[in-house]
Design a protein around this ligand. Structure first.
Ligand SMILES: [Zn+2]
Ligand SMILES: [Zn+2]
Length: 388
């Protein structure tokens, strides 16, 4: 029986007292357990997870730890549930919540931030100065689900209301899991200045953020949008999503190709999504003078960059983390208006019980997996309640 003081539930949509959840033990060791269903506090709701996409950052967290931080340290053996790109249905309301109603479909942003530090007040809640400060004496109320608080490889998760976006019934569960990915791409373009209509934008690396980055740049009116990568089938998806030109870097020097496609001038903006060695230096040489470079990938090793070239040419460099400044809402608006079809990057689906297989597909890119989505089988009692 799920009953907690101040928490509103709906008897027609019962919430179980315990739920299935994957927890992280040692690195790469995930176990499916029965865990207590979490309880929303002030300004929070309980979300029944309906679908969750796997992200490359989940693979990093599960194998290495960072950028996850639980109780001030590595996320291992702390009963922590990873997973952050999910969507679902509002299942219970924390005290005082009237912004959402039980039964509404929602998708999520990852970072709630503490809401009170300088960066949060600027809308930069993904760079909250109290990152991970949500435990013991350090309880600043920060949440980054799947990184500093429990995430969505589970039947239920708690979300701050500021991290929820109501979604239209016309949008499928799988598509809704991709809103936060498009939101990350949108945040990169937001930080570059946002007004990219008529400006040339290069996106390097056709992973999920790069492919949706090309889509968002096109939806914002950028022209031309150039996508570079090594796999023709992914570059073709980029063309379908809105890239004007694609460059296979195995066949053509990407810096020369960008110059050719921008009348010899170089691009106004580059969004680096590959994380490949040397990619940042190459991106700097794709830009024209005064151009702007956004770094949206996490390279695993330190990288060599000709800084002098950046300085002599007044090139601006921005690092982005996640999906700040409500970018996810703008990305959702484009998707709801069908400005691009994000489902083109959704390649595989599994169920919650099959999470280890799903992670292997994502990690090893089996059958050229791009976005792998995990769906939740509903409990029989709930299906009965929903059809009643
Ligand atoms: Zn992610
Ligand atoms: Zn903060």
């Amino acid at each position: 029986m799920y009953a907690h003081p101040g928490v509103t539930t709906d008897p027609a949509r019962p919430v179980p007292a315990t739920m299935k959840a994957w927890v992280l033990g040692d690195p790469d060791e995930l176990t499916l357990v029965e865990k207590e269903t979490p309880v929303p506090r002030r300004g929070e709701v309980l979300v029944r997870v309906d679908a969750i996409a796997i992200c490359a950052t989940d693979l990093d967290v599960i194998s290495h730890g960072p950028p996850a931080m639980i109780q001030g340290g590595a996320p291992f053996n702390k009963n922590f549930t990873p997973g952050h790109e999910y969507m679902g249905t509002v299942a219970a309301l924390g005290p005082g919540v009237d912004e959402f109603a039980i039964g509404q479909r929602v998708t999520v942003e990852i970072h709630a931030g503490c809401g009170q530090c300088k960066r949060c007040r600027m809308g930069m809640y993904t760079s909250c100065l109290n990152y991970g400060m949500n435990w013991g004496e350090h309880d600043k109320g920060h949440r980054a689900n799947g990184f500093t608080t429990n995430g969505g490889f589970a039947e239920y998760a708690v979300n701050n209301i500021n991290t929820l976006i109501r979604i239209d019934d016309a949008m499928s569960d799988a598509e809704a899991t991709l809103v936060v990915t498009a939101g990350t791409s949108m945040y990169g373009l937001t930080e570059l200045g946002g007004l990219v209509a008529g400006e040339s934008v290069v996106v390097t690396g056709p992973g999920p953020i790069g492919l949706l980055g090309a889509a968002v740049a096109k939806a914002l009116g950028a022209s031309p949008v150039i996508l570079t990568g090594t796999r023709d089938n992914r570059l073709e998806i980029g063309l379908a999503l809105g890239a004007d030109h694609v460059v296979n870097v195995r066949r053509e020097d990407p810096v020369e190709a960008v110059r050719r496609l921008t009348n010899g001038r170089g691009a106004d903006y580059v969004v680096e999504c590959s994380g490949a060695p040397g990619a940042i230096d190459q991106a700097g040489r794709m830009l024209n003078r005064g151009g702007k470079l956004c770094l949206a990938a996490f390279p695993h090793e330190p990288d060599q960059v000709d800084v002098g070239h950046l300085v002599r040419n007044n090139i601006y460099v921005y690092g982005i983390r996640g999906e700040g400044k409500s970018a996810t809402h703008r990305a959702y608006a484009f998707m709801a208006q069908k400005r691009f079809d994000a489902t083109r990057i959704h390649t595989h689906s599994f169920t919650l019980d099959e999470l280890p297989i799903a992670l292997r597909y994502a990690r090893e890119r089996i059958e050229d997996a791009i976005k792998v989505v995990v769906r939740m089988p509903r409990r029989l009692a709930e299906i009965g309640a929903e059809t009643a």
